[in-house]
Design a protein around this ligand. Structure first.
Ligand SMILES: [Fe+2]
Length: 298
């Protein structure tokens, strides 16, 4: 069988506001729009990624948190209503997703070989988190490509940034090996914002863009530093400074999604494409694509 490959990795942030701004039929609340810079960035990235005709989209989400080990979805179909616990007035999304169970299983096997605690999750009533749904929806609103959802283990929170990132790097290597075995063309989505300090009050109209701005200049400078490293293909340096970035800007990369993806991509030394940067309630968000070189990163 032909060896599988990762055709692209994407930093794919998941503020529910972006889905709210798009007004898809699956989402109950309706808006006047808003956060266009980021939504258009997703559009550009989507065109690029889907032109590769991937077989599977894989997402690692900070909002599927597991205390023991790393979990993957293990049933072919999940349907239900996903509600953001912080923004239930923005995100009440009716989802219907198809899972590539074979690839999920392979990731669990390869993770176990790496010494990680893995679980294939087979509860038919499990509710999919809004982080996974938002990144997947914005990357492929047609939902016509099977997905794999991977949980974020809480080790960065219970132990340290360093221990957590080290676990995610092993999970990334396991994911890469599983993809190679699968023979499939895959896209990885790291469902993370960057700096994550945010406003604590909301305008009467959430999509009133006259209220949207960068939270703090220091946070902005950290985001720009991180994006510069991505643009220049200096991803090992990026991994090296992640613990400090996390501490200085409450960065959501703490949950490990970015480290997982960079590891699976063999820590890119080629430039990433920044499709766009913008804030959502003051948090820093960028849509960034690593398109693997001809022949792929694998
Ligand atoms: Fe989040």
């Amino acid at each position: 069988m032909k060896k599988g490959k990762i055709v692209a990795g994407v930093l794919a942030p998941h503020p529910p506001h972006l889905v709210y701004g798009e007004n898809p039929e699956q989402n109950e609340p309706k808006s006047d729009g808003g956060w266009e810079a980021l939504r258009w960035a997703y559009e550009r990235c989507r065109r690029s990624v889907l032109s590769e005709a991937p077989d599977v989209l894989l997402v690692h989400s900070p909002h599927w948190q597991t205390i023991v080990g790393h979990h993957v979805l293990g049933l072919e179909r999940f349907q239900g209503l996903s509600v953001d616990p912080i923004f239930p007035h923005l995100f009440r999304y009716h989802y219907d997703l198809r899972v590539d169970v074979e690839l999920s299983q392979m990731i669990a096997e390869e993770g176990a070989h790496q010494g990680l605690t893995m679980k294939v999750m087979k509860n038919p009533n499990f509710r999919i988190d809004y982080g996974s749904i938002t990144s997947l929806h914005l990357m492929n609103p047609a939902w016509n490509i099977p997905v794999v959802c991977i949980s974020s283990n809480n080790s960065p929170y219970y132990f340290s940034n360093e221990v957590g990132q080290e676990q995610m790097i092993r999970l990334g290597q396991a994911t890469k090996r599983a993809i190679e075995r699968s023979g499939k063309r895959c896209v990885l989505l790291a469902s993370n914002s960057l700096s994550h300090r945010h406003f604590t009050s909301e305008p009467d109209l959430p999509e009133d863009m006259s209220h949207e701005h960068i939270y703090h200049h220091g946070q902005y400078l950290w985001d720009m530093k991180v994006l510069e490293l991505m643009r220049e293909g200096r991803c090992q340096e990026l991994l090296d400074i992640l613990p400090e970035f996390i501490d200085m800007s409450a960065a959501e990369v703490k949950a490990g999604s970015l480290a997982w993806m960079l590891s699976a991509l063999d820590v890119p030394t080629y430039p990433a494409e920044i499709h766009g940067y913008g804030t959502v309630i003051g948090t820093g968000n960028a849509v960034v694509e690593w398109k693997t070189q001809p022949g792929g990163a694998l």
